[in-house]
Design a protein around this ligand. Sequence first.
Ligand SMILES: Cc1cc2nc3c(=O)[nH]c(=O)nc-3n(C[C@H](O)[C@H](O)[C@H](O)COP(=O)(O)OP(=O)(O)OC[C@H]3O[C@@H](n4cnc5c(N)ncnc54)[C@H](O)[C@@H]3O)c2cc1C
Length: 453
Amino acid sequence: MDNLIAFILAVIIIGFFMLSYLKKQKKIEQQALESAEKGKLRSDGPQSQHPHIDANYCIGCATCTLVCPEGDVLAMLGGKAVIVNGYKCIGHGLCAEACPVGAITMVMASPSVGGDMPYLTPEFETTIKNMYIVGELGGLALIKNAINQGRDCIDNIAEKAVSPGGARRSPDVYDVLIVGAGPAGISASLRAAEKKLNYITIDEGEIGGTVAKYPRQKLVLTSPVEFPLYGKFKKLQLSKEELIAFWHKVLERADFKVRQGEKVEDIKKGEDGIFTVTTPNGQYRTHAVVLALGKSGSPRKLGVKGEELPKVMYRLLEADHYVNKKILIVGGGDSAVEAAMGLGHQVGNQVTLSYRKEAFSRIKEGNTRRIQESIRKGKVKVVFNSVPAEFKENSVVLEVNGKQEEIPNDFVWIFAGGQPPTAFLKKIGIGFGNQDLTSTGSKEAKQGALAQA
Ligand SMILES: Cc1cc2nc3c(=O)[nH]c(=O)nc-3n(C[C@H](O)[C@H](O)[C@H](O)COP(=O)(O)OP(=O)(O)OC[C@H]3O[C@@H](n4cnc5c(N)ncnc54)[C@H](O)[C@@H]3O)c2cc1C
């Protein structure tokens, strides 16, 4: 009898654990499904690489989910790996390398979004002759790809830069103008220096591009790569600061010709085939242009008086750098709300969030809950129906419901969206996908269109 009771008890206990395990598993799968839906690969703007999982081969070992340095791009669903946060993939490809059965391949944009990619020849030339695109803007993420493309693109340009007689072209016109000083632009610039081309590099920000904007001490994963004017760069892992310091060292040696803090606003090609590149500081004439713009785009500015002050910023890297400060955040999207909450939780900060509408309408559910909590705890003060009228050295003027209020201020962050680089490419006339070439898309037709451009 005792044995029977013990047996029944054991069955109940095992059944209970089995049931809670299955319930938990179902919940995880449900969450993965929801994330998979929310985190689908974006179809706006150029796409980077991302993993393609062949479910027929996937054995459900989950190795791919463990090796991804970005964390939660992949998850297990129904015993198979699936993409749950595709937009976070920056193309390391470690999942594909680690998969024991080769079920993962790294692919570029799916055919359905191909129309959003600029058309490029294998030499990185766009539909405009002598205008090239390298690096992440062309759809391929990662520092090593940017470096390889920047270097190889200049090799092609260098071949054309010297006339058959050996004489260099017009001395008052650059051989090549490189836009962007991220890894692609740096590599292109160094190769241009190595090839003794008359070049100039222009960046609206600072040297290093996206890498310079990584959080402090971020570990950067790279692969061995042939770096112009240096040779084989073999490190596989290093901090962001070490990588930037290395680039600066090589660039200094090469007497890097760069204009920082200057945005390229327009590029026009004359009938003589020479490009005129316009920035707020003036115009440059050049035979060839290399666009190494990356894909993060430029933050949208408000055009408010005082916006040029150094205390006005558009990107928050590390909230914990700012303590005991009076801060204004402008915007009503997730980035603005997250920055306000992050800064509001640092010691002694007084954070005001100014939003032009009367309520938040487009933020994530979690943020709606969390910002209410921050307001309730006095960590963030939200001023709806308000816009900044002026930024001053130690204060800001806010226009609230038509009335002006001046509040003390140390720092301002503006999150008003951004202008994607695709808009700039379209403005200067670069063709996308096959649509701007011909309806047949044949190789000959593309070549014809290229020749005319
Ligand atoms: C958070 C994060 C972590 C990452 N980690 C890694 C990693 O560990 N390993 C790795 O290999 N890759 C990593 N990547 C990807 C890598 O940073 C990018 O693939 C790489 O920086 C792309 O280089 P790029 O030169 O093409 O563009 P970018 O680095 O984006 O540089 C573009 C430059 O162009 C300038 N620019 C743009 N428009 C204009 C204009 N109109 N006028 C003048 N200048 C302009 C910008 O100011 C910028 O300096 C990461 C990316 C992110 C976002």
